[in-house]
Ligand binder design. Structure first.
Ligand SMILES: Cc1cc2nc3c(=O)[nH]c(=O)nc-3n(C[C@H](O)[C@H](O)[C@H](O)COP(=O)(O)OP(=O)(O)OC[C@H]3O[C@@H](n4cnc5c(N)ncnc54)[C@H](O)[C@@H]3O)c2cc1C
Length: 53
């Protein structure tokens, strides 16, 4: 059984960014999502980047 320092729920941009920061800090993080692949707002935004959004 693997040991982790941090469990992150949600594989959207916030969850993955948190996991990346954790890894840079030397922490072992596991990302858990209810779906087999991310399909939340981070996917449904069509890659659009608008400040007002
Ligand atoms: C059409 C559209 C256009 C947008 N345009 C812009 C824009 O121009 N500029 C901008 O800054 N923002 C925009 N946004 C908003 C931006 O996309 C979101 O704020 C951002 O992607 C949210 O990221 P998140 O990681 O918080 O959530 P999400 O990407 O939704 O990820 C949440 C993840 O958590 C998982 N999850 C949820 N509940 C559970 C649970 N109980 N157990 C396990 N897993 C769970 C979901 O399956 C999902 O994968 C837009 C959004 C949409 C839909």
């Amino acid at each position: 059984m693997a040991d982790y320092d941090l469990a992150i729920v949600g594989a959207g941009v916030i969850g993955l960014a948190t996991a990346q920061v954790a890894a840079r800090c030397g922490l072992r993080a596991v990302v858990i999502d209810r779906d087999t692949q991310a399909n939340g707002a981070s996917i449904r935004n069509f890659g659009l980047v608008v400040v007002s959004g």
